[in-house]
Design a protein around this ligand. Sequence first.
Ligand code: ADP
Ligand code: GLC
Length: 500
Amino acid sequence: MKIAVVSPEAVPFAKTGGLADVAGALPKALSSLGADVKVFSPKYASIDEHTYRIETVLPNLRVPVGNGVEDFSLKGCRLPDSEVEWLFVDSPEYFGRDDLYVDKKTGQDFPDNDERFLLFCRGVLESLKALGWKPDLLHLNDWQTGLIPAYLRSVYSQDPFFSETKTVFTIHNIAYQGNFPSETSKKLNLPADYFYPAAGLEYWGMTSYLKSGIYFADLITTVSPRYAQEISSSNEFGCGMEGLLRARRSDLHGIMNGIDYKVWNPEIDRFLPFKYRADNLEGKRKNRLALRKQMGLPNPRKRLPLIGIISRLASQKGFDLIEACSKELMKLDLQMVVLGTGEERYQKLFRSLRRRYPRKVGLKLGFDEALAHRIEAGSDMFLMPSRYEPCGLNQLYSLKYGTVPIVRKTGGLADSIEDYDPESGLGSGFVFEEYSPEALLGAVNRALEAYRNKERWEKLMRYGMSLDFSWEASAREYLKLYQRLKRNPEPVAVESQSCF
Ligand code: ADP
Ligand code: GLC
């Protein structure tokens, strides 16, 4: 099976969040199951061509943007760890910037994001044709790829090259929708009736790339079964797309992300000063010491748990709960290390905690891949109090690193972490349900209580380390879906258009 995975970011080339981890790992897992896989991403300036030996594959390609045309080229490389081909849509004008979506200078989205990802979507389709490589399936990820199914249903619908090509559109986070002013519709060269009220791209007077993906793709997936339910059942989670998702409920599937144990594994992690494994946790102790030192935290005399946080600092992640109970939290017997980038409000919160409690809170504001691995390894617990969480990867990394997750029961966190029961000793972490500071404190207190019994705690750590969230099972599920589409020659119809 020939599969083109299309994603605005992929590890190791460009990353702002978990999507990059998924787009870096799933293609490799699909390829090791026998699929022929190419991955398409934009060529951002931050991707170093020399490091990855990226070379021009096809020069002089072009796509229409509005009334004009834009030139681009296709670049590509292979990496030693798989058969996957990594391809890049290279338009220096649109992507020759270090930042992916947000202009650091203004703190706002780039004003031409509509054109950038229009060029990307159409550029992928034109590249496939120019390569003469007919995919059975296009696996599209998030709003940045959402125009592709619309083009296939219109501009390319009579093109024999794509006559067998199916689409799967994966929603990694429905709150990010790529909604642009109505004028954007004029740039896309798509049929005018796609922009009529309640049609495929129209969303409350705006042009929505996410809606286009959900509306026109043959199948839709999201990254955990529970999130699939959540986004189709309420406005709170569905962010306005719940009606459309309900109309397509038989085409919506929740498949839990896996993780790449070649990258996230304390036995071989290249970022760790000390490697370790479930049957010898000495290395973890040393990593904790090193982490405390690196983050400027004193080494306490008594056994004191260190709680890790690594996150985009966004309201999704539930830090307003920490804000609301920070005084109580800081009274507890614990230390915290925080690594994050994002909204000023939460940067301020953690800066002020660090200032007020220098012996308790370590902080780095920024994006730091190596430190992320060291925090996973050196912490005892990992806190994710998310308001919503489509899948979440850090709780899965934490399990593997013997770092016990404390999570809110939502989305993929609910699907992956079983609440610990001290009576039976069963469970993999500490789960709280109500979105309140009291519930968060309750879960932290239960974790601290369990931590006091060293023997039991180590049993809990080892249980988490033994769980398997590797990509293989999830990749098989995706393959099953792809095969189902291949067998079904009819385009999948949307049941109802009037969904709002
Ligand atoms: P999301 O995609 O919503 O940000 P996930 O839990 O799926 O959340 O994935 C986040 C990924 O980004 C993880 O690999 C995490 O380690 C990484 N990450 C988040 N913030 C930072 C940061 N400041 N520095 C390094 N890595 C980070
Ligand atoms: C999104 C979600 C996160 C998920 C990731 C990868 O960024 O916020 O929960 O793990 O995508 O699918």
